[in-house]
Design a protein around this ligand. Structure first.
Ligand SMILES: Cc1cc2nc3c(=O)[nH]c(=O)nc-3n(C[C@H](O)[C@H](O)[C@H](O)COP(=O)(O)OP(=O)(O)OC[C@H]3O[C@@H](n4cnc5c(N)ncnc54)[C@H](O)[C@@H]3O)c2cc1C
Ligand SMILES: NC(=O)c1ccc[n+]([C@@H]2O[C@H](COP(=O)([O-])OP(=O)(O)OC[C@H]3O[C@@H](n4cnc5c(N)ncnc54)[C@H](OP(=O)(O)O)[C@@H]3O)[C@@H](O)[C@H]2O)c1
Length: 256
């Protein structure tokens, strides 16, 4: 077997099943250095001997205790998907191929220096890169307020509760966590979708934080329909897309 160009062999060292179709996998591989918020590719052979490769975001910061060569990914097994059902079948000790050159711009370096309030808006598995960013000491020291929003269909998909509790303690009041569930009703969890909850200000009211143009910045990540609709609302609210040549208040990463 010839390893595809730009990939190295990795080994599955840890697995955690969150729901029937959502899991985290830790892979040990020696790839080039990466930055919190970035992603790399995972690859496996299909039954015709063709390589399937897809992008997956790091959940851990490269500075975590287990070292940068132990990389954790949060993955959903997409019904009828090509690669994710194969990843879902991996067990400890199995081989998986990892892209050697991580990439992505949803990093701390891309956030304008004047920002003191950071909003991290995610759906489904896209909470992963935000957990990676939150694991960085720089995030803790640089911002005064951080709001982590995680929108999922059901409560069972509110993953990483233990880690989030630890982060809330570590950030000592600077970090606010806002879970949202869309297809169930729970008395203690907000229900709905991110764009409407921004538009009617229920997200802001829940934590009494109101983003402003001069010091706030939003990262949007996950379902492209959420990204699209949220972008429209943020523009309606007076915020602008961030470009290096023309600094704005929001930036995004679509998962498909
Ligand atoms: C920058 C980037 C980072 C990504 N990071 C992750 C990650 O950390 N975890 C992860 O699970 N996926 C992530 N993805 C999506 C991932 O690359 C694959 O698209 C996904 O695993 C489906 O691959 P597949 O071959 O099984 O399905 P395909 O046969 O390629 O089917 C694609 C379809 O699956 C659905 N889909 C894809 N990704 C998701 C998702 N995350 N949640 C819900 N539905 C989805 C969409 O309907 C999409 O049209 C990322 C994508 C990008 C571009
Ligand atoms: N079987 C099917 O018919 C079907 C359909 C879609 C996806 N899927 C698959 O099921 C899996 C579930 O993925 P997932 O639940 O992690 O991801 P998801 O479908 O992206 O849902 C995550 C969250 O995003 C919300 N969302 C969807 N569109 C939005 C929009 N335009 N604006 C704001 N929020 C929006 C969802 O709300 P809502 O609950 O209100 O949508 C949900 O709360 C995926 O594998 C996906 O491919 C299956």
């Amino acid at each position: 077997m010839i390893i595809p160009k730009g990939f190295v062999k990795g080994e599955v060292v840890k697995l955690k099943q969150w729901t029937h179709n959502e899991f985290s996998i830790t892979v040990n591989a020696n790839i080039s250095s990466y930055t919190a918020g970035q992603f790399t590719k995972l690859a496996l052979l299909d039954s015709n001997g063709e390589w399937l490769r897809r992008a997956y975001s790091f959940v851990n910061s490269p500075n975590h205790k287990a070292g940068p060569s132990n990389m954790e990914f949060l993955i959903i097994n997409v019904p009828n998907g090509s690669l994710s059902p194969k990843l879902a079948k991996l067990t400890i000790g199995d081989e998986v191929y990892v892209g050697d050159k991580p990439s992505g711009f949803m990093t701390l370096a891309e956030i304008p220096a004047k920002v003191s309030e950071l909003w991290l808006l995610s759906t489904g598995t896209a909470i992963g890169p935000f957990l990676s960013l939150l694991d960085e000491n720089e995030t803790q020291t640089r911002f005064e307020k951080i709001v982590l929003v995680h929108a999922v269909r059901t409560k069972a998909e509110l993953v990483y509760q233990t880690l989030i509790k630890k982060l809330l303690q570590r950030y000592a009041g600077k970090l606010r966590y806002l879970p949202i569930v869309s297809r169930e009703q729970h008395p203690d969890i907000m229900s709905g979708r991110i764009p409407e909850l921004l538009k009617n200000k229920r997200l802001m009211q829940a934590i009494n934080i109101y983003p402003q143009k001069h010091n706030s910045f939003f990262y949007l990540c996950g379902n492209p329909a959420m990204v699209h609709d949220t972008r429209d609302i943020l523009i309606e609210l007076g915020f602008e897309k961030h470009l290096r040549r023309s600094p704005g208040q929001f930036s995004f990463e679509n998962y498909w």
